[in-house]
Design a protein around this ligand. Structure first.
Ligand code: GLN
Length: 541
C-alpha cells in the first residue's frame, strides 16, 4: 500500500494543541492496526532545537538517535508508545541549509534557485524518501505555526502539491471562543482562518474546533456552511480531563471512522484489547484512589513546557500507582537565601531535581537536596539533579568544603563534576553534547536502580557535557554514597544512590522514554516511595 498522508494545519494562534491532535490521530491509527508515523515541520531557521533556550521554546526533546527535536516529538512518543527518529523532524534550517549547499555544489547550474519549484520539490522528495525507507501506512504531518505565517507558507504550498499526486487528508485545527456575556460560541475567527487556508488552495476535509465546552450543533451547522462540508466533519475538540482521553473522545464522536474511510482504510479493525487498556489507564489517571504531593525543582519553572517530559513521566507513574500526583513547581533560586521557607517542601512526599544548564539556582538545588536527604524525603535527581546530589554529598557528608561542578566554579577546590574528556576540545555548540541513547550497566541487584528496571543492562537517553569525577569515587563511597550504575565500558558513572532511604540520581533523562501506560521505571519507583511516605505521614498526623 502506498503511504497516505494526513496534514494538520492550525489557524489563528499557537497553543491550540496541534501536537496532541497529531498524537491522538497517530494513536487512533495504531489502535486500528495501521502503522502511522509523524512528520513535524518547524519553520524556524535553526537546524534543530539543540541551541534553543527552554524558556522560549519549551524543552528540547532528545531521541535515541541523538537528534535534538521539538517537544512535540515527546507527545508523539508518549501517545504512540514507540521511539522515533530525527529524520521525521524537518526544519526551515535543514531545508535552506541543504538547498544552499546543493547550489554551491553546482547542482542547479544555470538555474535561478527559487522557493517554488526548488524548495517545494525538495520538501516533497524528502518526504517521499522517508516514506520509501520507513514504509508507514500513514504519515501524519504536523505543520508548525499557523496558516498565514510567512515561515510555513512554502511548506503549506508543498503539501498542496503533494496532494496532487498522493492521497492526502487535510485537517484544519481552529479555535472557537465563547464570550462570557453572551455565552455563544463565536465562529467568525474560525471563518477568517479557514478563508486563509482556502486562499492557499486547500479545502480541509475536517475542521477540528478547540472549545472550552461541547461544540454546539448550531455552531457546527454554521461552520459547515462556510466550509462546504457536511456537518459531521466539524469535529468537537473540547477540553479533556486528561489529554490522553482525546483519542477516545474522537472515537466516541465517530471522527475515527470518517477519517479512516477518507484514507481508504478498513474501519473494522479496531483492536478492542488495546483500546480498553488505554481506557483503563485513562480512568486511573482521571479518578485514582489516592494522592501524592511531588515537588518539582527547576530553574525554568515559569514556563512549564520546559519540563513537559518530567511532568508527563510523573503523570504516567502516578496512574500506574493509582494515585494523583499534585505537583508543586519549585523555583530553585528561591532557596538560595538564608531563612527561606521550606514549608512547600515539607508538604512534599517526594522531590525531583531536574536537568539544566548554567549557574543560576544551583546552590538552591543543593540546599533542597540536603533537605531531602536529612529529612528522608524520597529523591530523584535527573542529570544536573544527579550531579548536584554528588556535590551535596561531598560537601555535607564527606566534609569536602568547596566541592562543586566545574560548570559553576572552574577553580573549585574539590571538582566533583568535571567536563567529559570528549568535550574538552569542542568549540561548536550545536549537536555536540553527549547525546541520545547510551547503554548503562546496573551494578547491585539490591540497588534502587536494579530493582526499578528489573534488569542489569539498560539504555537511557542523555544530554550533557559534564560527568562525575572518578577521582572522588573511593572517598565518597567510603562515606556511604553508592555508585549503582556505570557506562558499558565502566568509565563513566551513570547512577548514584544514598545508602539509606530512597535517594537516586541518574546522569540520564529517563523521563524522555516514559510512555502513557508504560512509565519510566525510576519514576514508577519514586511515586511508589512517595505513596508510602504519604501514608506514613497520614498515620503520624
Ligand atoms: N549542565 C549539566 C551538563 O552539561 C547537566 C545537563 C542536564 O541536566 N541536561 O552536564
Amino acid at each position: 500500500m502506498a503511504t497516505k498522508y494526513v496534514v494538520i494545519l492550525g489557524s489563528l494562534m499557537s497553543g491550540l494543541g496541534k501536537g496532541v491532535l497529531t498524537a491522538s490521530i497517530l494513536r487512533i491509527l495504531d489502535l486500528y492496526g495501521y502503522s502511522a508515523l509523524p512528520i513535524k515541520f518547524d519553520g524556524y531557521l535553526n537546524f534543530d532545537c539543540g541551541t534553543m533556550n527552554p524558556y522560549q521554546h519549551g524543552e528540547v526533546f532528545v531521541l535515541d538517535d541523538s537528534s535534538e527535536v521539538d517537544m512535540d516529538f515527546g507527545i508523539y512518543e508518549r501517545f504512540l508508545g514507540r521511539s522515533l527518529t530525527g529524520d521525521l523532524s524537518i526544519t526551515g534550517g535543514k531545508l535552506f541549509g541543504s538547498i544552499i549547499s546543493k547550489e554551491r555544489q553546482g547542482k542547479y547550474l544555470g538555474e535561478t534557485v527559487q522557493i517554488i519549484p526548488h524548495l517545494t520539490d525538495q520538501i516533497i522528495r524528502n518526504i517521499e524518501n522517508i516514506a520509501k525507507a520507513k514504509k508507514p501506512d500513514v504519515f501524519v504531518v504536523e505543520v508548525g505555526g499557523t496558516v498565514g505565517d510567512i515561515e510555513n507558507s512554502y511548506f503549506i504550498e508543498a503539501m498542496r502539491q503533494l496532494s496532487l499526486s498522493h492521497e492526502v487528508v487535510f485537517i484544519n485545527l481552529t479555535y472557537l471562543p465563547t464570550l462570557d456575556v453572551v455565552g455563544e460560541q463565536k465562529t467568525k475567527p474560525a471563518q477568517i482562518g479557514l478563508r486563509l487556508l482556502l486562499q492557499d488552495g486547500i479545502r480541509p476535509n475536517f475542521i477540528i474546533c478547540r472549545t472550552a465546552s461541547k461544540l454546539l450543533d448550531s455552531t457546527k451547522e454554521k461552520l459547515a456552511l462556510f466550509a462546504n462540508l457536511d456537518k459531521e466533519r466539524i469535529i468537537d475538540d473540547q477540553d479533556q480531563a486528561t489529554l490522553y482521553n482525546l483519542p477516545l473522545h474522537f472515537i466516541a464522536t465517530g471522527f475515527d471512522r470518517l477519517l479512516l474511510s477518507d484514507l481508504g482504510l478498513n474501519v473494522k479493525r479496531l483492536d478492542r484489547r488495546k483500546s480498553s487498556e488505554w481506557k483503563e489507564n485513562v480512568r486511573k489517571t482521571v479518578s485514582p484512589k489516592g494522592e501524592v504531593n511531588i515537588a518539582l525543582v527547576g530553574k525554568y519553572t515559569h514556563l512549564r513546557d520546559s519540563y513537559a517530559s518530567v511532568k508527563e513521566a510523573i503523570v504516567h507513574a502516578a496512574s500506574i500507582n493509582d494515585v494523583r500526583a499534585n505537583i508543586s513547581w519549585i523555583e530553585s533560586s528561591d532557596f538560595e537565601k538564608k531563612g527561606c521557607d521550606y514549608s512547600a517542601l515539607s508538604r512534599s512526599d517526594a522531590i525531583i531535581v531536574t536537568g539544566g544548564f548554567g549557574n543560576r539556582g544551583t546552590e538552591g538545588m543543593i540546599n533542597i537536596i540536603r533537605h531531602a536527604r536529612e529529612n528522608h524525603v524520597p529523591y530523584l535527581g535527573l542529570c544536573l539533579g544527579m550531579q548536584l546530589m554528588a556535590v551535596e554529598y561531598a560537601r555535607n557528608v564527606a566534609g569536602l568544603q568547596g566541592a562543586n561542578s566545574t560548570e559553576f566554579d572552574k577553580e573549585a577546590r574539590h571538582r566533583i563534576i568535571v567536563l567529559l574528556d570528549s568535550q574538552k576540545r569542542i568549540t561548536q555548540k550545536g549537536g555536540t553534547m553527549r547525546l541520545g541513547a547510551q547503554e548503562c550497566v546496573l551494578l547491585e541487584r539490591s540497588s534502587i536502580a536494579y530493582k526499578s528496571y528489573g534488569t542489569g543492562m539498560i539504555s537511557e537517553r542523555h544530554r550533557h557535557r559534564y560527568e562525575f569525577n572518578n577521582r572522588y569515587a573511593t572517598t565518597l563511597k567510603k562515606c556511604g554514597l553508592k555508585i549503582t550504575g556505570v557506562t558499558k565500558d565502566r568509565k563513566l558513572v551513570e547512577f548514584i544512590e544514598w545508602s539509606t532511604g530512597f535517594g537516586i540520581g541518574t546522569q540520564s533523562h529517563p523521563e524522555l522514554k516514559s510512555r502513557f501506560g508504560r512509565p519510566a521505571p525510576l519514576f514508577a519507583s519514586l511515586i511508589a516511595a512517595a505513596k508510602e511516605n504519604h501514608v506514613r505521614k497520614d498515620l503520624n498526623r
